[in-house]
Design a protein around this ligand. Sequence first.
Ligand code: CTP
Length: 442
Amino acid sequence: MVKVITYGTYDLLHYGHIRLLERAKALGDYLIVGVTAEDFDKVRGKINVQQSLMERVEAVRSTGIADEIIIEEYEGQKLDDIKRYNVDIFTVGSDWIGHFDYLKEFCKVIYLPRTEGVSSSGLRSKRRSLCLGLVGETEFLNKVAQECDCVNGIHVGGICAKSTAFMNAAMKELPVITDNYEELVEKADAIYLRSQPAEHYSQIQFALEKGRHVLCESPVVPDRKKYRELQELAEEKGVILMEAIKTAYATAYSRLLLLLKEGKIGEIVSVDATCTSIKSIEGSLQWDGIYEWGPTALLPVFQILGTNYTEKTVVMKYQDEERKHDGFVKIDFVYPKAVADIKIGNSVKSEGELIVSGTEGYLYVPAPWWKTDYFEIRYEDRSKNKRYFYQLDGEGIRYELVAFARAAEKGRDIAANIDHEVTECIAGVMEDIQSGRAVRYI
Ligand code: CTP
């Protein structure tokens, strides 16, 4: 029996794929098709894949051409598969000519002519692209716009800001540059808010009323009830309201959550997260430390230990005599069987690490943990320690935009990495701090 193997992403399965599969099958008696997993595609730089791995596997299965379907998950797997499955022929399209010649030592390598005029990328770019309007006054928006260029299905159509000083050259070329928020909402399908948190409520409400999707930098609103109200409005209007915290979309961060859920360090007893930076308080555009860092630091606490804490103590130190700007905030949480501690600061510098302690070991993410591509799980017996590395592209913003574009397309925030419950709990902590409830000042 002649065994043939071929690999691909097979996103939005098209006749180029089907013709390739038919010809691959005709080369032998048994065809194995390797479908590339999302993470491996990301590492290869293919981040715009529209369909999930399961959808793509199902599409290949439904052609009835493959005798066996496997998942391609890592670099170097092709050679492993060829040996494991005793493969006689490796084949792919002619766009890969020469690329897999190194496999000739192990099996026959055949490059089949690629079908002209059709590709997944072509199909993806024909799909309707979401026109995104940016709102805010910070250089961070240049980054967001840049990341949008890497994501199919979303493009920046304009920006609303009072000044153009922070805009890079590409931003200054946008078709709509206005200081009138209503005008921007009118012209966009979706809004990305990086405005002052105090403005969020009315801006979100206006956009949702107009049927626009909203991706809002956290805190969405520093008020539990108002957040619930806005989420209900989004549902009523059939649009998406999503909280933006880029760390939630960093691959390493999502993987560490899964490993913790799997019980890799036993029962979790403590979560400690620190996020600090020293910034001047000059100018009114700066976010207070609690807004700038609070949501990011709170994220692992609520995602790991849940939102049902029993006690919370907040200690705050102002950075100015007028007590207008917070400089350092420490929050302690008590849960029935665990504790958490976050330290954040705009005028204090500390080691920005994340440590999760468990009954069998601990997870350590070195600074800056919120932009992480690496972490370790450490045990009493050091020989069992494990290190994990995952590529981080665009600080997580890129994957956040992919998730937002998918959610907007499907009308459900199924791809979001932050549950509404967590967003609401973050809003609640912000609300308590703003009102001074249970806050001690030093
Ligand atoms: N293929 C082909 N003819 C096409 C498109 C793809 O023969 N018009 C082949 C590729 O050479 C590969 C397999 O189909 O062997 C799977 O390709 P994949 O990368 O999934 O599809 P593309 O359409 O090339 O995707 P993209 O545009 O994202 O690169």
